[in-house]
Design a protein around this ligand. Sequence first.
Ligand code: G1P
Length: 297
Amino acid sequence: MSKRITKAVIPAAGLGTRFLPATKAMPKEMLPVVDRPAIQYVVEEAVAAGLHDVLMITGRNKNALENHFDRMFELEVLLKEKGDRTKLAKVNESTDLADMHYVRQGDPRGLGHAILRAKMHVGREPFAVLLGDDIIDERDPLLDKMIDEQEKRNTSVVALLEVEPSQIHLYGAAAVEKTDDPDVVRITGLVEKPDEADAPSNLAIIGRYVLRPEVFDVLEHTEPGKGDEIQLTDALQEMAVTPEETGGVYGVIFRGRRYDTGDRLDYIKAIIQLAVDREDLGPDLRPWLRDFIHTLD
Ligand code: G1P
């Protein structure tokens, strides 16, 4: 029996320019989704799938991320003195979550380049990559299935979502073949952010990957692609067509709830969707939202 994977890599070096001025002095990963920073959902998802070793790829201006997953001594003392256990628990929620590690990306040369920075930490074992802009609802676990498929087939695995054809230009798009599992496909090709007319399908890569370490060997020679950046999708394309050397790539089709916090409109939608389901906020928010909708006409 092979050892179940334990390492997650979370790229968090992006500049977050879509959220300026909020992100001028604060990492976009710290923007609150309801009352938790977006990045906390992602680390919690990794931990829920058994990935307790988390490497975050950061950059300048990202100190708040490290602070968030560390002790906050003064605040803890203050809340202890006050006897406020509820707030103390909230402060500590992120502290003991995972075994956190950090490496800086340096030059911002793309997602593929960011992942390559994880090579030393990961070593020669499969690992997961979670992109912070996508939040997967904890009620619809996805990583477990991806890890199972990775182990069973000994390939790399990406998460795929069916999107409107008009939206495919925002994602990596996959050409696929069916397998005997309706939720699993074999990937025969990948294109980063194609025009609608050139897209091989409307199956989009969402930000979850379980990769074989051969991805590092491929990324070492991957040339800059779309946007003049080193693209993870391009490395995976090479792996998809060289299964003997690199293990090939499969896709798990996700049919659950996913929230995109990558742009302002989707971010607002994500907050509303998550808040209406919350026990502490939903009962007041739902009737207010219904009334508010009537005022829109
Ligand atoms: C990245 C990947 C893309 C993927 C997307 C998922 O793009 O390059 O292939 O579909 O994440 O969110 P980004 O959204 O960072 O531009």
